[in-house]
Design a protein around this ligand. Structure first.
Ligand SMILES: [Ca+2]
Ligand SMILES: [Ca+2]
Ligand SMILES: [Ca+2]
Length: 344
């Protein structure tokens, strides 16, 4: 009997040691709540349509249960987002967050038995067939919950089509540059009068994403009359994307790119040394029906006129591409007039 007691005692001591190594001893005796993928609201959608996924929790828990949603096949992270509003989605995780592959955190609130979240397959310019997106849910973050049963689900996503003009302008690039720091110093002379002088000028090497430095907008131009017709996309976003601009009647159009602003965030005594080109990539199409793209590395430079310096009067505008529309079909040319693609 004494021998058995000793065993029990040493077991308790062992448990005690385990508990001390854990942040919170009471978890040792608790069972993880089991979470089941209970319902996927649709079996097929078209890009732009949302569907919901409902999770059931077998035992309500006093803390949130963290899971991560990943796309396994059929698409990638740019093909969907999650959240009640697809235009203001939840923030995705990245590898830097320490949750592994890129995905979305799904946080089941404390004390709930059922939780529903929304997945939004996104409209894009791509001309595609039907994709089968396969998603996987895994325990993540605080690891409070565990998946019971099937941890994956799938949905068929049909290509969305629209006869309107779609334009995507991309200009992300990590750019190296140098700037001069004049170290302008404000001082007071012997007579108590303020004066400025420059101390040792410094040349500083730096780099930055042109997405955050340059602001382009896109504008539709009638190339027959030379008149500006409308903004295609004039936001602070990078890239500038407008997937459903307008149906273009037969005619000859320019995709104008307006250089609105360049802002390195320099202080008054700092200035760019030299200059560099601002490359862009332009995708043009009818959403889901026709798409082509071109790149240009020598149309825009850092010394170009900025529209924003002139009250947004389009003085920074250049024609990035031309579209000839005949019988509703597009023929796309680059800024030098070279044929890029023709809609069949
Ligand atoms: Ca797609
Ligand atoms: Ca598509
Ligand atoms: Ca812009």
């Amino acid at each position: 009997m004494k021998y058995i007691k000793n065993i029990i005692l040493s077991s308790i001591v062992a448990l005690g040691i385990t508990s001390c190594n854990d942040d919170d001893t009471e978890y040792i005796y608790s069972v993880k709540p089991g979470v089941t993928i209970d319902n996927v609201s649709r079996t097929s959608v078209t890009e732009g349509e949302s569907f919901t996924v409902t999770l059931n929790v077998d035992t309500p828990y006093k803390e949130t249960l963290d899971f991560k949603l990943e796309i396994v096949s059929g698409g990638d992270m740019s093909d969907f987002n999650i959240g009640a509003d697809s235009t203001d989605p939840d923030a995705p995780t990245t590898v830097d967050d320490g949750f592994g592959l890129d995905g979305y955190l799904i946080r089941v609130p404390a004390y709930t038995t059922s939780y529903t979240f929304t997945i939004n397959p996104l409209i894009d310019l791509e001309v595609e067939g039907t994709d089968k997106y396969v998603f996987k849910l895994r325990s993540s973050g605080n690891g409070n919950g565990k998946i019971v049963g099937n941890d994956s689900f799938s949905i068929d996503v049909d290509n969305y089509t629209n006869n309107t003009l779609g334009v995507e302008l991309h200009w992300a690039k990590d750019q190296n540059y140098q700037y001069l720091d004049e170290n302008i110093i404000q001082a007071i002379d012997a007579n108590g009068q303020p004066f400025t002088y420059t101390d040792d000028d410094e040349i500083i090497n730096d780099h930055g994403d042109l997405c955050g430095i340059v602001d382009f907008d896109t504008v539709l131009v009638d190339l027959n009359s030379g008149s500006l017709l409308a903004y295609i996309s004039g936001t602070s976003a990078c890239p500038e994307i407008a997937l459903e601009s307008q149906v273009l009647p037969d005619g000859y159009y320019g995709i104008g790119i307006d250089l609105y602003d360049i802002n390195f965030g320099f202080r008054a005594d700092e200035s760019l040394i030299g200059s560099f080109a601002i490359p862009f990539n332009l995708k043009i199409g009818k959403t889901g029906i026709f798409k082509t793209e071109l790149s240009n590395n020598n149309l825009f430079f850092t010394y170009d006129t900025l529209s924003g310096d002139n009250g947004g009067n389009f003085s920074g505008l250049k024609i990035g591409a031309a579209i000839e529309v005949v019988g509703g079909k597009y023929t796309v040319y680059d800024s030098d007039g070279n044929l890029v693609a023709q809609e069949q």
